[in-house]
Design a protein around this ligand. Structure first.
Ligand code: MRU
Length: 361
């Protein structure tokens, strides 16, 4: 499924808020629509947000009223400012915006039509790199799942959340093709139900045995030894491996530790932010109380109740068994592993660290 696409001068995206009941594609030539879509989670998932933002800048550069390179620059920076304020946690957004800005700078002498062409090519490159990364993450991650396993996942990390086949979900679908997925437990993922609405739907379409659970059910399943491994995505991984992901991820990591279940994070290297030293420095988005007081249009909480609605939490690095990227599987200590990766020396999974708890069913 292609959820983000550049087609004949317009950007086309699947509105994820309408899934799974309606598959509605939006076509736009206005970067503000793209920014609003990111803010409202019509486009969501860290890598998808980055790709969409890059195309948002392409739309700004292609605006019909622009007749000079100078006007293009003005529109570009206005769009960059707008897009950068949509969601604060997923670093892929800022990385993509910065990469597009660098491309603009490096081609300052190009004429208007060439500049437009170059910016479009860069956005397409960002998209293609994510497609390739998803594939490789699936390959590296599935090498960790050597026996038929029951897997628990949180939020949505599939094709909808990326330009390709997903991150954690790419690992799951690749392992399933190898016959190593018995079933997937998908957390519903309160408050916006990415697990119930998106992950369960995607996995069912892929023909994978998926069981939807409320977020609070994970503990019971682990107690009953029904979960062989947990795998989740990431919105930002700090230089020391601390990982921000959908609210509720940290709870899973603590449960996994308590029950001796391997806890994996899968993310492209674009999600690793070496400029953020630790999880304490990751900005956590707080969302509207309405996300919690309502389900869709229906109010479920008493009017006036106080609400705390962080969209993400941070899992400290020592709860993470391994981080699967498109260039290899990182093992603790993550500070060193990430530093080596950024220097171009990724470490791959030593055979002796393949999880021993996996059951043969
Ligand atoms: O608020 P969302 O739905 O954008 O949050 C998404 C997540 O937390 C995902 O797990 C993460 O972005 C990884 S997506 C491949």
């Amino acid at each position: 499924m292609i959820s983000l696409e550049w087609r004949d001068g317009v950007f086309r995206f699947l509105d994820q808020t309408k899934l799974p009941h309606q598959e509605v594609y939006v076509e736009t030539d206005d970067y503000r629509i793209v920014g609003e879509a990111i803010r409202k989670l019509e486009i969501r998932g860290a890598p998808a947000i980055g790709v969409a933002a890059a195309f948002g800048l392409v739309l700004a550069a292609h605006a019909k009223h622009i007749e000079s390179v100078r006007a293009l620059n003005e529109e570009f920076y206005a769009a960059m400012n707008f897009l950068s304020q949509t969601r604060p946690t997923a670093v892929n957004l800022f990385l993509a915006l910065e990469r597009m800005r660098r491309t603009l700078d490096q081609n300052a002498r190009a004429d208007l039509s060439n500049l437009r062409r170059i910016l479009l090519a860069e956005a397409k490159a960002i998209q293609q790199e994510d497609i390739d990364a998803c594939m490789r993450i699936g390959e590296f991650g599935s090498s960790l799942i050597t026996l038929p396993s029951s897997i628990l996942t949180h939020c949505n990390t599939g094709a909808l959340a990326t330009a390709g086949t997903g991150t954690a979900q790419s690992v799951i679908t690749t392992a399933a093709k190898q016959g190593n997925v018995v079933r997937v437990f998908a957390d519903e993922t309160r408050p916006l139900f990415q697990g119930a609405r998106l992950t369960a739907w995607e996995l069912m379409k892929a023909g994978i045995d998926v069981t939807l659970i409320t977020d609070g059910t994970a503990g019971l399943l682990m107690q009953k030894r029904e979960v062989d491994l947990v795998i989740v995505g990431a919105d930002r991984i700090a230089a020391n491996g601390d990982t921000a992901n959908k609210i509720g991820t940290y709870v899973l990591a603590v449960l996994a530790r308590q029950h001796g279940v391997p806890f994996y994070v899968a993310a492209p290297t674009t999600t690793i932010d070496v400029n953020t030293r630790s999880g304490k420095n990751i900005p956590i988005e707080e969302r509207s109380p309405r996300d919690v007081t309502h389900i869709g249009d229906m109010r479920i909480a008493a009017p006036g109740v106080s609400v705390f609605a962080p969209a993400f939490d941070v899992t400290p690095n020592d709860f993470i068994t391994a981080i699967v990227t498109e260039v290899g599987v990182l093992r603790p200590p993550f500070l060193e592993a990430i530093a080596a990766l950024k220097k171009g020396e990724p470490n791959s999974p030593p055979k002796d660290q393949i999880p021993s708890r996996q059951r043969v069913l």
